[in-house]
Design a protein around this ligand. Sequence first.
Ligand code: 5GP
Length: 149
Amino acid sequence: MYHLGYSNSKYLKFLNKMASIFSKIASGEIPSWKIAEDSRFYAFLDINPISKGHTLVIPKKETDYIFDLDSEEFSSLFAFAQKVGLAIKEAIPCKRVGVAVLGMEVPHAHIHLIPLNSESDLDFKKEKLQFSTSEMELISKSISSKIKI
Ligand code: 5GP
C-alpha cells in the first residue's frame, strides 16, 4: 500500500470533505453565484475564473468521476450544460464557449464552461482573474437572464 502522508481514514475523511463542497453549494449551504438549476443539476460561477463568465455545471447527486455517471445522467448533464453554454455565449462577448473536465481539485463531477477568444484562454495554469463581488453578481445575472430552461 502506498503512503500519501495521511492515514487511510484521514485521507478518506479529507476526500469526503472535498466532495461535499459542491453539494453544499448546490444546497445553498455555501453561497455561490448561481447561473441556473433544475431538480438534478446546478450551474454557478467558478470562484477562481480563468476567463470572464467561467462557469461550473454539476449534478446535484455526488459522484466523483464524470465517466462513472450512468449514461442517462451523463447525457442529461451535458444537455443541461448546453443550455448554460448557449446563455454564456449570448451574455459574454467571446468567440466560443470551451468545455473542459478536470476534477483534479474537487472530486465531485463537474463541467467547466469557459468563454474563449483564443486557444490560450483555456489555460488552467495561468493566473486566475479577479472580479469584485459586484462584478461577479453582474456576470451571473447577465448569464442567468439568458438561460432558457
Ligand atoms: P477541478 O476539480 O476541475 O480541477 O477544479 C475545480 C474548480 O472548482 C476550480 O476551477 C476552482 O476554482 C473551483 N472551485 C473550487 N472550490 C470552489 C468553491 O467553493 N466555489 C466555487 N464557485 N468554485 C470553486
